[in-house]
Design a protein around this ligand. Sequence first.
Ligand SMILES: C[S@@+](CC[C@H](N)C(=O)[O-])C[C@H]1O[C@@H](n2cnc3c(N)ncnc32)[C@H](O)[C@@H]1O
Length: 232
Amino acid sequence: MAEPQSPTGPLTALRLDDRLRDTKLFFTQAVRTFHATGSVVPSSRALADALAEYVRERPDPGQALRILEAGAGTGAITRGIAAAMGPKDTADLVEANPRFAAHVEDLLGSDPELSAIADRATVHAMLVNDMGTDQAYDVIISGLPFANFTAEQVGEILDHYFTVLRPGGTLSFYGYLYTKEVKAVIARREDYLRQARASWLVQDWIDRYGIRSERVWANVPPAWVHHLRKPA
Ligand SMILES: C[S@@+](CC[C@H](N)C(=O)[O-])C[C@H]1O[C@@H](n2cnc3c(N)ncnc32)[C@H](O)[C@@H]1O
């Protein structure tokens, strides 16, 4: 009988083992550094594909894109980006947690999807806002947990993204559905207010630059994906 196929290749026991290994690493790091990690499991493939929309869909099919991924984690979204990349595209993969950064570096040498972009991808073990402003990107994909940050931190990161984004370039990021509502019930007042201020700031950026938003239900937890464009 033919082996079951995933959209990106054979769904072998090895691939399931890889996913389990990534999930275990993600969970153990999330327990240690939940503030920066912001979730307990890696993103789903559906979320990765939604975030990679503007890597897949480009006005000029021959255009070589420079891509920045912020918060690569265990590479869940990187795989969606890799599947959408053209042969001349390049990617900077930035990850603040050195354990995750080393893991993504290993995956570039061993993972079937990620090794396909190994010659065009560079891992940077650092905060994305410490990357400097000498590079310019056509597409930025952010996996950072804005809901865990202060409005000042979110503002600094969004300013950085729009500084290094080329005019006409897109920024795609996500946030989990209903986090504000859940925090209103379970969080301490200061934490609820911190998150409310951060989400008002994010909403202000979406109102100014948003081109499209969509819900992705097939993720734990379900998420909003927002795409913003820097004015040309
Ligand atoms: C919600 S996880 C997303 C991980 C992965 N992209 C995914 O979707 O499964 C957020 C990631 O961002 C990283 N991170 C948090 N703040 C960062 C920053 N300022 N610069 C770079 N990475 C950061 C965390 O270490 C964590 O791996």
